[in-house]
Design a protein around this ligand. Structure first.
Ligand code: ADP
Ligand code: MG
Length: 213
């Protein structure tokens, strides 16, 4: 075992969540614009409000491990965000949290994030290609797993995941939505990047950024 490899611990977990909160605040206008094109324009405000509530919830928390931070994040998102994304991201963070009782290296983190993806898919029943969160999250998990299997460090593995999530989000542009509000538009949902896939890419980019520092 390489003891120089940084681990995903409770400090990094909290730093990650704070970085997501900052990113969704910074990119609120973009997320709103994307959701205005194929949804109801609330994705940016949903996530900004949700993560602001998460930050307050984390202020009083004495985490027992990285999982405790993520479980609290998920529970708060479920209770504070009304849109489809609240329960989906909420369940995802709760599943990630349940899989991370202790500080984790890249392989364990990959499996935890895979459990998060499973939770999204169980609740939302979206397949890859349906133009949802799943389209960014699936390639991110695949890249993280592959990097971990190849012996990558946490910064390397999470950077690969962030790049894959970005590509996955961009690849939703030509897709026709088959789940969520955007599916009501049918063919007219093509030609726009999916807001949820875009916020998932922000979430993985935030992870890579904090793992790097
Ligand atoms: P709402 O659609 O209720 O207004 P948001 O605007 O916050 O909620 O979130 C919209 C995003 O949620 C979509 O862009 C899509 O990525 C994601 N989404 C919607 N339904 C599903 C689903 N069944 N599975 C996965 N993601 C979904
Ligand atoms: Mg919306």
């Amino acid at each position: 075992m390489d003891f120089d490899t940084p681990l995903f611990d409770s400090v990094l977990a909290e730093t990650w969540i704070r970085a997501i909160a900052a990113a969704v605040e910074e990119e609120e206008a973009l997320l709103t614009e994307l959701d205005s094109a194929i949804g109801d324009g609330d994705h940016g405000s949903n996530l900004r409000r949700g993560f602001a509530a998460v930050l307050s919830a984390l202020d009083g928390l004495q985490p027992t491990g990285p999982g405790a931070v993520l479980t609290k994040t998920g529970t708060t998102l479920i209770s504070k965000v009304g849109g489809a994304s609240g329960p989906l991201y909420g369940k995802a963070f709760r599943a990630i949290g349940a899989a991370l009782p202790e500080p984790a290296g890249p392989a364990t983190l990959a499996e935890a994030l895979a459990a998060g993806l499973d939770a999204v898919r169980i609740l939302g029943k979206a397949e890859p290609g349906d133009k949802t969160i799943v389209d960014a999250w699936t390639p991110a998990v695949a890249a993280l797993r592959a990097a971990a299997a190849a012996g990558a460090t946490l910064p390397e593995a999470t950077a690969a995941a962030a790049d894959a999530a970005d590509q996955g989000a961009r690849a939703t542009i030509p897709l026709r939505a088959r789940k969520g509000r955007a599916s009501y538009l049918g063919e007219r949902s093509t030609g726009h990047q999916d807001p949820g896939a875009t916020s998932t890419a922000l979430l993985f980019r935030a992870l890579a950024d904090v793992a790097h520092n």
